[in-house]
Design a protein around this ligand. Structure first.
Ligand code: FMN
Ligand code: 173
Length: 389
């Protein structure tokens, strides 16, 4: 297959001949400061912020800086192919859109804009349970694009079964169960502004359309929004879940299941023992356990232990093409991207998300080739050097 994503580089240079500049920076590491100038401090702080002192947000980036690619020369890497297979599904590149809730706080087009941008590139969007837009609406915006559903596992089995039923009916093929956010962490940036997006009312945050959810309310969410919001938050807080409860999800979901938020190798082994198809090695972008291990530092041991039994995915701190390649060389099959495209969404909706995704895809493809490889699968530990200070 001819290299395709690198075309974005040519496109940008050609537009430059007509004095047209790219819509926003092509360097995703600078998008945070751009978004700071665009968004109110509440939503910006919510997206950019982390737990506690921010130690784990920083650690995620520092871990990437400790690994360096070691490029190889005089190997024909003119034609690159980023495609890969995850959960038995062919993907055009080893990149997925991480589940991100409440997208209406950054742009009115919210999840529908993201879904259109992802679908246009054939990348799976993982729709959050905490989305601003309904499962069915986002499915419609996805068109033929691949779609996965992320579950915040409610402590009401009826609501859980209803969400899974709707996701299945709307064509979502894989289920990502997020385990690390059964309550929100201590997040000083949000606390200092008393900012919590889903306490700000119907329409801007959580959809209340679910029939099983509505059935459990005395008054409709339209009549008593406060009550509805409190019940919704309560449903996802302080759950008393254990590994044997995965059987319930199996019963109500007939596709592959991925557990998100795995950081300990023993938890990865338990997932494999339970017959789970995939895990996401993730610390939630440093938003949950302040002081937690950098996600990239947790990856190699986990990939070594279970990489041949299930698909190991990775997120937290991926910003550049080189980062994508480093995570793959350390054992990930694919990576999830979080904040960078959210900043693109804030800038210009669907077009902004598309620009950020195309930038990272182009960077990934060019850097792969320049490092001397044709496919992500060719990357092994010998493609990297660890820098010790
Ligand atoms: C604003 C925001 C909202 C998020 N919402 C969810 C969510 O609803 N479900 C979930 O599993 N993860 C959620 N995450 C975590 C992401 O899926 C992902 O793990 C994280 O953003 C990856 O780190 P990165 O932003 O450094 O790429 C959210 C992250 C952000 C920044
Ligand atoms: O903020 C988050 O990290 C997150 O996962 C979340 C949780 C609930 C609602 C929206 C997002």
């Amino acid at each position: 297959m001819p290299a395709q994503y690198g075309q974005y580089q040519n496109e940008i240079y050609l537009q430059g001949l007509g004095d047209v500049r790219p819509p926003m920076s092509t360097d995703p590491t600078t998008l945070e400061s751009m978004a700071k100038g665009l968004l109110d401090s509440g939503p910006f702080g919510y997206v950019a912020g982390g737990a506690g002192s921010g130690a784990t947000v920083r650690a995620n980036r520092e871990a990437f800086d400790r690994w360096r690619l070691v490029p190889r020369m005089l190997r024909d890497a003119t034609d690159r192919d980023l495609s890969t297979t995850v959960l038995g599904q062919q993907l055009p590149a080893p990149i997925l859109l991480a589940p991100v809730g409440v997208q209406a706080i950054v742009h009115p087009d919210a999840e529908s804009a993201t879904a259109r941008a992802a679908a246009g590139l054939g990348l799976p969007m993982i729709l959050s349970t905490a989305s601003s837009t309904s499962i069915e609406e986002v499915a419609a915006a996805s068109g033929e694009g691949p779609r996965w559903y992320q579950l915040y596992w409610p402590n009401d089995d009826e609501v859980c079964a209803s969400l899974l039923r709707r996701a299945k009916a709307a064509g979502y093929t894989a289920l990502v169960v997020t385990l690390d956010t059964w309550t929100l962490a201590w997040r000083p940036t949000d606390l200092d502004q008393a900012y919590l997006p889903f306490l700000r009312g119907i329409g801007t945050a959580i959809p209340f359309s679910d029939p099983a959810f509505r059935a459990g309310l005395e008054k409709t969410p339209e009549e008593d929004p406060q009550m509805a919001i409190l019940r919704w938050v309560g449903l996802f807080t302080g759950q008393d879940k254990s590994w044997d409860r995965l059987a319930f999800l199996r019963e109500h979901w007939d596709g592959p299941i991925v557990l998100k938020g795995i950081q300990h190798v023993d938890d990865a082994r338990r997932a494999a023992d339970a017959g789970i198809e995939g895990i996401v090695v993730s610390n939630h972008g440093g938003r949950q356990v302040d002081g937690a291990i950098a996600s990239l530092d947790a990856l190699p041991g986990i990939a070594e232990a279970v990489g041949d039994r299930l698909d190991v995915l990775f997120d937290s701190g991926v910003r550049t093409g080189a980062d994508v390649l480093k995570a793959i060389a350390l054992g990930a099959k694919a990576v999830l991207l979080g904040r960078p495209w959210v900043y693109g969404l804030a800038h210009s909706g669907e077009a902004g998300v598309r620009h950020v995704l195309r930038s990272i895809l182009a960077d990934t493809e060019l850097t792969l080739g320049l490092a001397g490889h044709r496919t992500p699968g060719a990357l092994g530990r010998d493609a990297l050097a660890e820098v010790t200070r």
